[in-house]
Ligand binder design. Structure first.
Ligand code: ZN
Ligand code: ZN
Ligand code: ZN
Length: 260
């Protein structure tokens, strides 16, 4: 088996409301540019013939139909905010078909919060066909997944801890406005970085675009995608203002991450 790098798909590049925002009449919400149409933030990584989801966003069903996601082999959760977990129930079509549990990884508090929100899944007999069969696995440090090491990257999201993930030379860091000192060494030698860059104005729990650009330049990945974008971000206009190697993510974007 060769190590042919990773295939990354941006399933959703939008902030928690999705774009367009319900009832909003702003230029971005009215934009005809498909890159301004953003479902809730999530990504898909494919390697070694396996499909690994990062979060199950509110729009997961729509994303799975759009991208033809025929199977899900594992889910990595960044945190338990609604926009990142509310698509969880739709995993049941996969486990009903395969009759195998899907492992879901996350920090302990994240798994605990998911267990509370979706108590009907975790309190019921998984043989019941109307709930997904899931197996929770705490991701407190690096672990092996389908032949590759996956490293959780602790992050600050306001006062709330979240974690990004590094797989090979890809790092996916959403929902953050601070990178703790100990996390920097986990981000060396990246090919591709996906980083939270909510909007132009500052925010109490997310990097804005200027802060994300500054962090991205310090991290120094070959290519950086900014994600979790709000309706203040006009793709065409803001893209032109970004330095080389840094771009805005968009729904359905696919790229190959080279091994470094
Ligand atoms: Zn979010
Ligand atoms: Zn708007
Ligand atoms: Zn969040």
């Amino acid at each position: 088996m060769t190590s042919a790098g990773l295939e990354l798909t941006i399933l959703g590049s939008g902030t928690s409301t999705g774009i367009p925002v319900i009832g909003c009449d702003c230029p971005v919400c009215n934009s005809k540019d498909p890159r301004d149409n953003r479902t809730r933030c999530s990504a898909l990584v494919r390697y070694a013939g396996k499909t690994v989801l990062i979060d199950t966003a509110t729009d997961f069903r729509q994303q799975a139909l759009r991208e033809g996601i025929a199977r899900v082999d594992a889910v990595l959760f960044t945190h338990a905010h609604a926009d990142h977990v509310h698509g969880l129930d739709d995993l049941r079509v996969y486990t009903a078909r395969s009759r195998e549990a899907i492992p879901i990884y996350g920090a302990d508090p994240t798994l605990e919060a998911i267990g509370k929100v979706f108590s009907y899944i975790f309190d019921n007999d998984p043989e019941a066909g109307f709930i997904p069969r899931l197996e929770t696995r705490e991701a407190a440090g690096p672990f092996e997944l389908f032949g590759r090491s996956v490293t959780p990257i602790p992050l600050h999201h306001g006062g709330y801890p979240t974690q990004g993930y590094r797989i090979g030379s890809l790092a996916y860091l959403t929902d953050c406005n601070g990178i703790p000192d100990a996390s920097w060494e986990l981000l060396e030698g990246l090919d591709t970085l996906v980083l939270d860059g909510l909007r132009l104005r500052e925010h109490s729990t997310h990097f804005n675009i200027a802060q994300a650009v500054e962090k991205a330049e310090k991290i120094g990945a070959r290519r950086t995608l900014l994600t979790h974008l709000s309706h203040e971000v006009d793709h065409e206009r803001i893209s032109k203002s970004l330095p080389q190697g840094i771009e805005l993510a968009y729904d359905g974007q696919k790229l190959t991450v080279a091994d470094r």
